[in-house]
Design a protein. Structure first.
Length: 132
């Protein structure tokens, strides 16, 4: 059963300008060390960061909650499996809120799709409750 769907589009230049203006302070506030490392290792770091930013925003939309519920940026981690497919790992309040949406006898599944062009990054997140 689908619990929520979220989508977000981010201008890559916006993330590049935030990084330029606020430097490490911005990066450390929004991205985990692994997310920052992955962006630095990529050909287009700003696009990598923008996709992860969009994924975090899309997750919150799918959850139906914002940061007002005590979720922090670092509790929504965007990583990649060995084949390169992106996925979301949750901790803290983000995990608690997501698990509270899942009916008894089900488990949470999170699906993430990321794309980008030269100017924008896009993320779609689907939250699903799967029978155990």
């Amino acid at each position: 059963m689908i619990l929520g769907i979220g989508s977000d589009i981010v201008e890559i230049e916006r993330i590049a300008k935030l990084q330029e203006r606020f430097g490490e302070r911005f990066l450390e506030k929004v991205f985990t060390p692994d997310e920052r490392r992955r962006a630095l290792d990529s050909i287009n770091g700003a696009a990598s960061l923008a996709k992860r930013f969009a994924a975090k925003e899309a997750f919150l939309k799918a959850l139906g909650s914002g940061f007002s519920q005590g979720v922090s940026w670092h509790e929504i981690m965007v990583t990649n499996d060995p084949q390169g497919a992106p996925y979301i790992t949750l901790t803290g309040q983000a995990l608690s809120l997501a698990e509270n949406k899942v009916p008894s006898g089900h488990q949470l599944a999170i699906f993430l799709s990321l794309s980008d062009s030269q100017t924008v990054a896009h993320a779609v997140v689907v939250l699903e409750a799967r029978p155990e």
